[in-house]
Design a protein around this ligand. Structure first.
Ligand code: 6PG
Length: 244
């Protein structure tokens, strides 16, 4: 049965079509960027793997200004970067070893010292890159923030009922007890951190996402509902997630 769609949603045939539409969006974001450095926050989980592989592949590789793009993470698990649960490892495998990403353009969340220390260190990275100690709505850091939707309605590592939802004056928050597997501590961008963007793009695929989409449409107070942007929030869904 069709799922009521969030505002600014586009339904595409399948995951590959969603990845292609997201890749075209990034090409367009880069073409419109007026400043030299372009900042993209990568999503974790499994949905974005197709996109990352597509970006580094023959169809899109030459269409992106790789030396100008700085890659950040919307969140990560506080584990070593070679751990199977790491979003850094997921992205590295999906982009592939020959992706033309200069190492100085890759801004990973350093797990050393645990979640609190990692959150502070990542906030420092964001502050140094942006020149703002905390998110300033009038000076968005990210040109594009990629997000997924968890089956419990979380996004990044903003899980229902967790203290990170109430952090409104910092780039990042530690998430010692996430609401879903993998049950390892996390670091996440906060709502203001996500909002410090010109465009937020949710990528949602698979029938398992029908339930959180329905709950969002029914007005449930789920974390994904509260994501805003200094620019636009858009959704790319495949037909399975949209119940089409
Ligand atoms: C993470 C992600 C998380 C993810 C959703 C959807 O670190 O796990 O940032 O927010 O986007 O859980 O995950 P899937 O794409 O695997 O369904």
């Amino acid at each position: 049965m069709s799922v009521p769609l969030p505002p600014n949603a586009e339904v595409l045939a399948d995951g590959a079509a969603v990845a292609r539409a997201a890749a075209e969006t990034l090409v367009s974001v880069c073409a419109q960027a007026k400043q030299d450095r372009i900042a993209v926050a990568l999503s974790g989980g499994s949905t974005p793997k197709l996109l990352y592989a597509l970006l580094a592949g023959p169809e899109f590789r030459e269409r992106l200004p790789w030396p100008r793009i700085h890659w950040f993470f919307g969140d990560d698990r506080v584990v070593p970067w070679d751990d199977p649960a790491s979003n850094v490892r997921m992205a590295a495998e999906a982009f592939g070893a020959d992706a033309p990403i200069p190492v100085e353009n890759l801004h990973r969340i350093d797990p050393a010292g645990g979640a609190e220390a990692a959150a502070l260190a990542y906030a420092k990275t964001l502050a140094e890159f942006s020149g703002a100690a905390r998110p300033e709505p009038e000076k968005p850091l990210f040109d594009l923030v990629l997000l997924g939707l968890g089956e419990d309605g979380h996004t990044a590592s903003l899980f229902p009922g967790t203290p990170a939802l109430s952090v409104h004056d910092a780039w990042t928050a530690a998430v010692p007890v996430p609401g879903m597997a993998p049950r390892v501590p996390r670091v996440t961008l906060t709502y203001p951190g996500l909002a410090s963007s010109r465009l937020v793009l949710f990528l949602v695929t698979g029938a398992g996402k029908q339930d959180p989409l329905r709950r969002l449409a029914a007005g449930e107070d789920l974390p994904a509902r509260h994501v805003t942007s200094a620019g636009e929030v858009r959704w790319l869904l495949d037909a399975s997630a949209a119940g089409r």
